[in-house]
Design a protein around this ligand. Structure first.
Ligand code: ATP
Ligand code: FE
Length: 329
């Protein structure tokens, strides 16, 4: 079964072709809009939607071409329906519904966070554990779930204010480093060998997080004239230590044997390095291939395919939603 996966939830127009039986990604095209949002220091929803509309057909054609298939070879259309920027989501959803209708193909709507959660298992479907602890660290979310496969979620922790990726982007903006901030700050950290400044790790209850205090602390130190590199590197050190500290507590508390970390921030070099140490201690640790950390169509096709087999198709009347919590089902 050749599955088309579409994601236009944020600022990347992404379309992939996934072979369900072979568990192989045949193509994964991502057209990034970063340069158009850069001057604004964040994503402008109207610009995102306009660029998706301009690009989506080209991205679709390229995705088919790389996969070496034609439109008639497709068997299933899967699209991110929620959560995300509403005008942006609507472009992909409408395009997917149009394809499904014109080609008389089944249609499956996908929850973007569910796609991130399962992204470490793309092309490793047989390795999905029955139970795992999932940490999603992206631009809009910082969430911890206990997952019982297939697709049963219990939320055990979340950020009470900014998402960790958002904190990266805001700190980068304050330091005038450009957008998105994650890769730039990560790069500075890798090349920084000086001293670190002490930054606060907010104490919030349970397995919840808070990143806004950390961001404000960086702001105060900018005003005091601390060097950019030192602040960027110290921010990364603190943010990742904080993420990992709570993750390790949750692993102990829930006696988790398998852990899956996903989302844009899971591309972070320090986070990946530290997660490998957990692996050496005998835990099963799953992290996505770098190309599946940020938004991509492959994760949508992967989850859409598995859910289609389990639940069947969705009606074309299903609508987009800017927000929605991933419920246990
Ligand atoms: P969501 O999935 O919550 O709707 P999103 O789709 O915008 O949000 P992703 O594409 O998963 O988020 O991730 C983008 C975020 O990842 C950005 O905030 C970016 O700064 C961050 N990021 C990317 N690479 C790195 C890195 N190496 N280190 C830290 N953060 C990174
Ligand atoms: Fe995302």
């Amino acid at each position: 079964m050749k599955v088309l996966g579409i994601d236009t939830s944020c600022d990347d127009t992404s379309i992939a072709v996934y072979d369900g039986e072979k568990d192989r990604v045949l193509s994964n095209v991502v057209s990034s809009q970063h340069e158009f949002h850069q001057p604004f220091g964040g994503i402008v929803p109207e610009i995102a939607a306009r660029k998706h509309a301009e690009n989506i057909d080209l991205v679709f054609q390229e995705s088919l071409q790389i996969a070496g298939i034609e439109t008639k070879d497709l068997d299933l259309i899967t699209v991110t329906r929620t959560p995300g920027l509403l005008p942006a989501l609507l472009v992909g959803l409408t395009f997917g519904k149009g394809l499904s209708y014109c080609l008389s193909l089944p249609f499956k709507a996908v929850h973007h966070i569910e796609a991130h959660i399962y992204s470490p298992f793309i092309e490793k479907r047989k390795e999905i554990p029955d139970k795992f602890l999932a940490l999603v660290v992206s631009g809009g979310h910082t969430l911890m779930f206990l997952v019982e496969h297939p697709f049963k979620y219990t939320l055990i922790g979340k950020t009470l204010d900014d998402a960790v990726g958002e904190a990266y982007d805001k700190v980068a903006q304050m330091l005038d480093l450009g957008y998105p901030g994650g890769p730039v700050i990560d790069n500075i950290y890798k090349n920084y060998f000086g001293e670190y400044v002490q930054l606060p790790k907010p104490k919030v209850e349970g397995f919840n997080y808070s990143f806004s205090g950390l961001k404000s602390a960086v702001k105060r130190l900018i005003e005091k004239g601390y060097p950019k590199e030192q602040l960027a590197a110290s921010f990364q050190k603190t943010a990742i230590e904080y993420l990992l500290g709570k993750l390790k507590k949750a692993i102990d508390y829930y006696k988790a044997e398998a852990i899956a970390v996903s989302g844009g921030v899971s591309a972070n070099s320090l986070l990946r390095e530290e997660l490998l140490k957990l692996k050496e201690k005998g835990k099963k640790v799953f992290i996505p291939d770098i190309k599946y950390t940020s938004d991509n169509g492959a994760m949508v096709a992967f989850v859409g395919y598995m859910k289609y087999l389990l639940e069947g198709e969705d009606p074309l009347t299903i609508s987009a939603a800017a927000r929605s919590i991933l419920n246990s089902n």
